[in-house]
Design a protein around this ligand. Structure first.
Ligand SMILES: *Cc1c(COP(=O)(O)O)cnc(C)c1O
Length: 396
């Protein structure tokens, strides 16, 4: 009998019939899509020739334009990373006091950027199936101090953008999307990053689309983009004019070169992840206690992650025990996102962080596990991972 405690550690040693699924080399939860090295070397040569390393270089300008074309949005600003893009998004809309309603089920940066802007995060519970903010719950948390809503399209699944838009409009609130997971996602033929007042992408090495480190901020008007571009460059409007307290959020030419080349390989990467997701769904269908997300109607998904929910009673093992067992097979799944941001010491004393207010997020964070998914993962490896998951559950 393997442990049934939801927070329990590892169970007893694995039976031999499961050990045969052990991989000789580690299988990581993700691996970056690498563009052809020769093409990157060509860009390096041009950087050496021009000696233009950062500050709106040729590669930066080309990448920014081509990224906008790819995403189907007019105004996009490149950043050194997604976190600084989020900081600047709040500054661009002059949100630097009061409260912002956000999700606890996300990467720490979402909550931290509020703290860095002197804003009190207000954590709101999530939807059972999308794991995203629930507009009805958001509306109940609005107070005199609420300035904005900061939802996350977690795992690339689109938020209820219409519902959130309606709430924001009714109460005169700004709506900034953390779209770090949502590169290339389209909803009714429209880029999800076109939603809200602003949307922020991350191009970190662990993300679907990467520029090593990097990010982007999608805005709606030329004036908005101009303000954002000033703010990411210390507030400089020209050599002698500083329009406000900006920061250094610029993307350099080495990142831009990498990002530019990613645009050529991203379609293939998404297609491969879609194919592997189908294998996961087929192989794990009907496994008691294991639930996968399904495609939503009218959505072009990006298959950035492969999250599964582990119901410990039906599966016969906790998420933590499954995580440990997979690790012993050299399969490095990740507990995205555990713990909840609301459980970090810096936020846990906030009234909204009380677990009683966040029952769905609390349940999901204890059950969620992201399995390995990246374009060059072999289908056979996915079948082996799924066989291990099926048999570990059946081993009780
Ligand atoms: C990765 C991530 C970020 C931060 O992006 P960086 O580019 O690493 O700074 C922000 N929010 C979410 C949801 C993320 O997953």
């Amino acid at each position: 009998m393997l442990t049934r405690n939801e927070n329990g550690g590892s169970g007893p040693a694995l039976p031999a019939r499961i050990k045969r699924y052990r991989f000789p080399e580690p299988v990581w939860v993700t691996r970056p899509t690498m563009p052809p090295l020769e093409k990157y070397q060509e860009h390096l040569r041009s950087i050496w020739e021009t000696r233009w390393l950062t500050n709106n270089g040729r590669l930066h300008e080309t990448f920014e334009r081509r990224l906008g074309d790819y995403l189907g949005v007019e105004h996009v600003s490149l950043f050194c990373n997604g976190t600084i893009a989020l900081v600047v998004a709040l500054q661009a809309l002059r949100i630097h006091e009061g409260e912002v309603i956000t999700t606890p089920f996300t990467f720490p940066a979402t909550a931290h950027v509020l703290y860095w802007n002197r804003i009190r995060p207000v954590f709101c519970d999530i939807d059972e199936t999308t794991f995203n903010l629930d507009p009805a719950r958001v509306e109940r948390l609005i107070t005199q101090d609420t300035k904005a809503i900061l939802p996350v399209h977690v795992f690339g699944t689109p938020c209820d953008t219409e519902g959130l838009e309606a709430v924001a409009r009714r109460h005169g609130l700004a709506l900034i999307y953390d779209a770090a997971h949502a590169f290339g996602v389209r909803c009714r033929e429209r880029a999800i990053v076109a939603s809200g007042d602003l949307s922020v992408l991350s191009f970190h090495a662990t993300k679907l689309f990467t520029s090593i480190e990097g990010g982007a901020l999608v805005s709606h008007t030329a004036a908005q983009k101009e303000r954002i571009d000033f703010l990411k460059n210390f507030g400089f409007a020209d050599e002698e004019t500083v329009i406000g307290p900006g920061i250094n959020g610029k993307m350099n030419e080495f990142q831009a070169a990498f990002g530019l080349l990613q645009l050529d390989v991203i379609e293939g990467e998404i297609a491969n992840r879609r194919r592997l997701t189908a294998v996961y769904r087929h192989e794990l269908a009907g496994t008691p206690g294991i639930r996968l997300q399904e495609d939503l109607p009218d959505v072009e998904h990006n298959y950035a992650y492969l999250p599964v929910l582990v119901d410990p009673d039906a599966y016969g093992m906790t998420r933590d025990a499954l995580y440990d067992a997979l690790k012993s097979l050299n399969i490095f799944a990740r507990k995205y996102f555990y713990p909840l941001c609301s459980q970090f010491p810096c936020y846990m004393s906030l009234p909204s962080a009380d677990p009683k207010n966040l029952p769905v997020a609390e349940r999901v964070t204890r059950r969620i596990l992201c399995l390995p998914l990246y374009g060059t993962l072999e289908e056979e490896a996915v079948r082996t991972i799924c066989a291990a998951v099926r048999e570990l559950g059946a081993a009780r």
